[in-house]
Ligand binder design. Structure first.
Ligand SMILES: [Mg+2]
Length: 343
């Protein structure tokens, strides 16, 4: 079977530039691809790279797509250096593939009893708070909306300021809420230890909210320190930048990481291989996360999450609280509408 492939790049501006320890993000650039098979069926995929997170650049992805010259073989090999492209093509192709792995019970093979990717309620999604002191005004509307888990980016302002804001948040937040702190690899080893001691004290208080984990306190190249920190503190450490792609995820699992793994399907590589990894290795603590993709990539990433969580319950909040962050209406448009807009 030969498949016709067309690619259209996009750019979306964030309402509010996103502040992380990596810097300020003002615009999300990516590409949609449309696949049309010889029976005339049309499906979409999305390339949503984050090069500073370990994926290819958009330019490298587009160069690969250009070299396809408009056609794709169903068994086309995509190099491992292009994980976001592997995801885009892999997730589009599986929509055309009518017969692999028939589902048990007759339902879609992507569904999960805990959530349907098409209709997610806020209580299963982690709400994203603004960085810095703005978080103090940011949590009430998110909790009112129904979010029970919230994420705050740290390592953006001086540690003493951020710890004081955290104390205020912990003091005000309902005790059934859960917090995720994300340092994006921006702390030093001693700062990270300081944060974790603070988190352990919060978590030792049965009347306060729970700090679920501290995400990527140190950069991926400081593996021995990450392991040491995880052994010395009760608060869990989640790896994110360290496990951006499937080979990195496999490597950390092989080295015996017992903490949380944050998985961003849209930059991890082949969706089928990611599902196979989850089935074979079943790492105990998996948190799935968005990369600010459009609804094309979002649906495909959530379908992978649903498949990986098959048979597990309860599941951690999904890191997909990324809707409504852009200056456009794409979150509610059907994929074909977004596609036509890019013409
Ligand atoms: Mg993170």
């Amino acid at each position: 079977m030969t498949i016709k492939v067309t690619v259209r790049p996009y750019r979306r501006r964030f309402h509010q530039p996103l502040q992380t320890a990596h810097g300020v993000w003002t615009e999300r650039a990516g590409a949609l691809l449309q696949l049309r098979d010889d029976r005339g069926r049309v499906v979409y995929g999305e390339i949503a790279p984050i090069p500073w997170f370990g994926s290819e650049t958009l330019e490298a992805a587009l160069e690969f797509c250009q070299a396809l010259a408009g056609t794709l073989a169903a068994d086309e090999g995509i190099p491992a250096r292009l994980p976001a492209t592997q995801f885009a093509i892999g997730s589009a192709l599986r929509q055309l593939d009518p017969s692999p792995r028939p589902p048990r019970g007759g339902g879609s093979r992507h569904t999960h009893s805990c959530f349907e990717p098409e209709s997610l309620e806020p209580d299963v999604i982690c709400g994203l708070l603004p960085a810095g002191e703005a978080m103090l005004g940011g949590w009430p509307p998110r909790v009112a909306l129904g979010h029970r888990t919230l994420k705050w980016k740290i390592g953006v302002f001086p540690v003493a300021h951020e710890l004081a804001w955290l104390d205020q948040l912990v003091n005000d937040l309902p005790s059934h809420c859960r917090l995720r702190l994300d340092a994006n690899g921006g702390l030093t080893a001693s700062e990270a230890a300081h944060w974790l001691e603070h988190c352990d004290r919060v978590n030792a208080n049965p009347h306060s909210c729970t700090i679920e984990h501290l995400e990527q306190p140190l950069p991926p190249d400081q593996w021995p320190d990450l392991v040491r920190l995880s052994q010395r503190h009760n608060t869990a450490i989640a790896l994110d930048e360290s496990v951006a792609t499937l080979p990195q995820l496999r490597a950390c699992h092989r080295q015996g990481w017992t903490g949380v793994y944050v998985v961003k399907p849209a930059i991890a590589g082949s969706p089928q291989q990611l599902q196979d990894f989850c089935r074979q290795c079943s790492p105990p603590q998996l948190v799935f996360s968005s990369v600010f993709e459009t609804r094309v990539g979002r649906q495909a990433a959530l379908a992978v999450a649903a498949a990986c969580y098959q048979g597990r319950s309860p599941i951690p909040a999904l890191g997909f609280g990324t809707q409504g962050q852009f200056d456009d209406d794409w979150d509610i448009w059907p994929p074909s509408h977004i596609w036509n807009q890019l013409r």
